[in-house]
Design a protein around this ligand. Structure first.
Ligand code: MV4
Length: 447
């Protein structure tokens, strides 16, 4: 039985995990860098350990510091949150070797899904529809030319160790293949230390729709529906909603059934997300995430289940608290990511929060570690708050969001609050008729 969890993270997700632990009567250990001494997760945890200097590679990514902190505090499990070490298979393995529980999937699955080529191979075997492309890595330019011709242009070269869009290169026609091949491989090499690439047909205007899955150690697998994450800028999600305005019940049921079956066969454990591209009524697998995601709250709002508590319970060897037949998707939820960035240039800024007032009311949720007088450090991700709304339907959720955005005060630094106000007043957003290209086009036209 887990009695004490070390949270290998900071910011809002550390608070989210602390709150779940408090409900489960589990003690918490915060870890922090020197610059995070006054951070909210340090104040709210039962105890805290300083694990190094501000640089993430020396603190939140420092495996030996984190394990020492677990040792001295007597923690019996580690929750990695998202980012940092959450999808590091070696970390999961080392945690287990130290006799601690890693709150996440098995290291073998983290590693298999971390390599996008082996993820594709695994998903193909499990019957998941893939974007048409290469069976494995591309060995040389000749092979690239041959497979590209077979699947048809435009094509996209992707890095096996990539994800999040880095190292992707489009080729519109055969004459562009050599340059795209060279660029993709050198970017992959310098970005990930691995120049392995693979090939997919390039989808021009898909939506990004991801499915939330959960598995326990008894072979039970449940899906919690989907999130539409098409509103992104430079591969950073900006606003997410659930359910997707593009799907009907029939389409959802059909693809979910295929995914649940695959996850059962895989022998997976814990929370997992299937990232799919959706175009002309068809789904194509692109990646699987083996962590709790930033946007998990919108799934919690429309299903009523606490995904972080489920993560802890299944890691503890318990059964999922929920059966598929009890998962009912009800109402609509939207999340705005509030970043400490200029709303026009997106340049990050750090500094003092001089005045802070969070909105509230029926159906309004804030996941944030901000407080009045807090100093946002320049060293980490610029996500400072998530504003999540829930309404009986999409129109009501948008209305609540509009009111909450207007009420939200974060003084002292630039934030993306005003960007969200702009997005949700646009017809394409209101109608729900947008794809992965829409936001960047909209931002360009408003320069
Ligand atoms: C694609 C694609 C079009 N066709 N794959 C971007 C990040 C990575 N997770 C996968 N990505 C894409 N893969 C094929 N075959 C377009 C994107 C993509 C994208 C995907 C989801 C959300 C926003 C995006 C923005 C640009 C490109």
């Amino acid at each position: 039985m887990i009695k004490k969890i070390l949270i290998a993270n900071r910011g809002e997700i550390a608070l989210r995990i602390i709150r779940a632990c408090q409900e489960l009567d589990i003690k918490t250990v915060a870890v922090h860098s020197t610059i995070d001494e006054n951070a909210m997760h340090v104040r709210l945890a039962d105890e805290s350990v300083c694990i190094g200097p501000p640089l993430a590679s020396k603190s939140y990514l420092n495996i030996s510091s984190i394990l020492s902190a677990a040792e001295v505090s007597g923690a019996d499990a580690i929750h990695p949150g998202y980012g940092f070490l959450s999808e590091n298979a070696k970390f999961a393995e080392i945690v287990n070797e130290h006799g601690l529980i890693f709150i996440g999937p098995k290291a073998q699955h983290i590693s298999e899904m971390g390599d996008k080529v082996s993820a594709r191979t695994a998903m193909k075997k499990l019957g998941i529809p893939l974007v048409p492309g290469s069976d494995g890595a591309i060995k040389n330019l000749q092979e690239l030319k041959k497979i590209a011709k077979e699947i048809g242009f435009p094509i996209l070269i992707k890095a096996a160790s990539g994800g999040g869009g880095k190292g992707m290169k489009v080729a519109e026609k055969a004459s562009e293949l050599e340059e795209a091949w060279n660029l993709a491989r050198s970017e992959a090499k310098s970005g990930f230390g691995d120049d392995t690439v693979y090939l997919e047909r390039y989808l021009a205007n898909p939506r990004h729709i991801e499915f939330q899955l959960f598995a326990d150690s008894f072979g039970n697998v449940v899906h919690f529906g989907e999130r539409d994450c098409s509103l992104q800028r430079r591969h950073q999600k900006v606003l997410e909603e659930a359910p997707s305005p593009a799907l009907n019940e029939e389409e959802r049921a059909k693809i979910s059934k295929v995914i649940v079956k695959a996850v059962k066969k895989l022998g997976y454990l814990g929370a997992g997300t299937f990232e799919m591209l959706y175009e002309n009524g068809e789904f194509f697998f692109i990646e699987m995430n083996t962590r709790i995601q930033v946007e998990h709250p919108i799934t919690e709002m429309i299903t009523g289940f606490d995904l972080v508590k489920e993560q802890i319970n299944v890691a503890n060897g318990k059964k999922l608290s929920v059966k598929q037949k009890d998962v009912k998707i009800k109402g609509h939820s939207i999340e705005c990511r509030i970043n400490s960035e200029d709303p026009e240039t997106f340049i990050p800024n750090a500094g003092n929060i001089k005045n802070y007032h969070a909105p509230g009311g029926f159906g309004v949720r804030i996941d944030s570690a901000l407080y009045s007088g807090y100093k946002v450090p320049p060293n980490y991700d610029s996500l400072i708050a998530k504003l999540i709304v829930y309404g009986n339907n999409r129109e009501e959720a948008i209305l609540k969001l509009k009111i909450a955005l207007k009420e939200y005060v974060i003084d002292g630094i630039n934030t993306t609050l005003s960007l969200h106000e702009k997005i949700i007043s646009e017809n394409e957003f209101i109608s729900g008729n947008y794809d992965i290209r829409w936001l960047e086009k909209f931002l360009k036209n408003n320069d």
